[in-house]
Write a protein that binds this ligand. Structure first.
Ligand code: NI
Length: 178
């Protein structure tokens, strides 16, 4: 188990499209170790999701807390590989997001409220999920990382006005979430 270095905005790896995993990747001990290290790294920095490009690996893998009420102690971490997202409703909702690659910044980002996510698990087995609300938001944010997209890119000009440093977010805006 290792804590990996997280790439910050400006590093080119965050702007590259990651490659899908193929069958042989799932048997590669280095890929399995990467997944374990990504989980440890996400917990270490109290993230709710982490995508492989954020730890300098151009692979279509993310790990995330996708339970409705995530609890770092109890919740199982979802390992999501080669995700394909299909919106279930056209409705988008704005909600606060942050990113370990854009430290200490929060902003309101529009996302699909409800999505279906087709993916593979760490053994290469197919998994279908239906997500709404915050877990749907996390899955869209992390999948964007696999295409070189950061949450700032998804913000509307009006939403850009919500950008806040973490201290100011906590002071003035965190209560919006309740
Ligand atoms: Ni992120």
């Amino acid at each position: 188990m290792s804590i990996l270095k997280v790439a910050r905005m400006g590093h080119p790896v965050l702007r590259e499209a990651a490659r899908p995993l193929v069958k042989s990747d799932f048997r590669d001990p280095l890929v399995q170790k990467l997944i374990d290290d990504m989980i440890d790294t996400m917990h270490e920095y109290h993230g709710v999701g982490l995508a492989a490009p954020q730890v300098h690996e151009g692979l279509r893998i993310f790990v995330a807390m996708l339970d409705d009420h995530p609890d770092e102690e109890k919740s199982e971490v979802a390992v999501v590989i080669n995700p394909e997202i299909t919106p279930i409703t056209g409705a988008r909702v704005e909600g606060w997001e942050g990113c370990l690659s854009i430290p200490d910044i929060r902003g309101m980002v529009p996302r699909h409220m409800e999505i279906a996510v087709a993916s593979l698990d760490r053994k290469g087995h197919k998994v279908e999920r239906r997500l709404k609300g915050f877990p749907a938001r996390v899955a869209q944010h992390e999948t964007d990382h696999l295409d070189g997209i950061l949450f700032l890119d998804r913000m509307t000009p009006d939403a850009m006005k919500t950008l806040a440093y973490l201290d100011e977010y906590s002071k003035y805006h965190a209560k919006d979430d309740d």
